[in-house]
Each structure stands twice: as C-alpha cells, then as structure tokens.
Design a protein around this ligand. Structure first.
Ligand code: FES
Length: 134
C-alpha cells in the first residue's frame, strides 16, 4: 500500500479544515479584548435601542456588548474569558454557547466555566457613532 496521499484523503482534509476553521476562530483562546484602538467606530448609536443591550461585531470581526441609556453607552468585550468564544444575548443574560458560561449585562460572571468578567471597553459617542475612546 502506498504512503502517498490519495485525492480523497487530500479533499477530506481540505473539507475538515474549511468546516473547522470558523469554529477555531470562534473558540480559540484568543485575546479577551477585541481590537478597539482609540477612534475605532464600533457601531452607530442607532444600532443600540435606548434602554437595551445588544452584541455587535466590529469591522474587524470582534463581538462587543453595548448597553445604552439615552446618549450614554457602556461597552464590554463580547469575547468569553474562558476560552475566547463569542457571547450572544439571551433574554436575561449574555451566553457563551461553547460551554454555557453566563454573564450579566455589566460583564460579571453569573455562572459557568468563565471565572473572569468581560473586560470593559472605554467608548464615547461621536457624531452619532459609538467610538472606542481609549
Ligand atoms: S469559551 Fe465560553 S464558557 Fe468556555
């Protein structure tokens, strides 16, 4: 039997890589804070209904949790502090779907494998946009 890879072996490996790559990005132990250099526009203020919390993706593909009270916005990294998956909004909390850690709107851990809160991100509203401040 030949040790040479067959066409089927190569195509199978390529398919596994194509399917698993997004999962690795979503849960890769990456940094807990997204790339938010000062001046980076995170989202338009209108993307966050007044009195609500949403999870948005930055242009660089990082999740950010935004809560709005009038013209005041607070922001937290949406990257789970356990192993780096993206959190999502549920009705009463933020959920990391990888291992079910739950976070409160202020980023604090409610339950699960994550031990550290979601890091805050300094933001300000400039010309109708939520912008990283620092
Ligand atoms: S990566 Fe979020 S709980 Fe494990």
């Amino acid at each position: 039997m030949s040790a040479e890879p067959t066409r089927r072996t190569i195509l199978g490996a390529a398919a596994i890589t194509a399917v698993s790559a997004p999962l690795l990005v979503a849960c890769s132990g990456r940094k807990v804070a997204p790339e938010t250099t000062s001046g980076t526009v995170i989202a338009p203020l209108d993307a966050v209904p007044d009195g609500d919390t949403v999870v948005v993706m930055t242009a660089a593909g990082s999740p950010v949790v935004l809560s709005r009270d009038g013209d005041s916005v607070t922001a937290y990294s949406g990257i789970c502090t356990h192993q780096g998956c993206s959190v999502r909004k549920e009705t009463e909390y933020l959920l990391c779907p990888c291992h079910n850690s739950k976070f409160d709107w202020d980023g604090s851990v409610i339950s699960g494998l994550a031990k550290d809160p979601l890091p805050p991100i300094a933001v300000e509203v400039v010309n109708g946009d939520i912008v990283a401040a620092g």
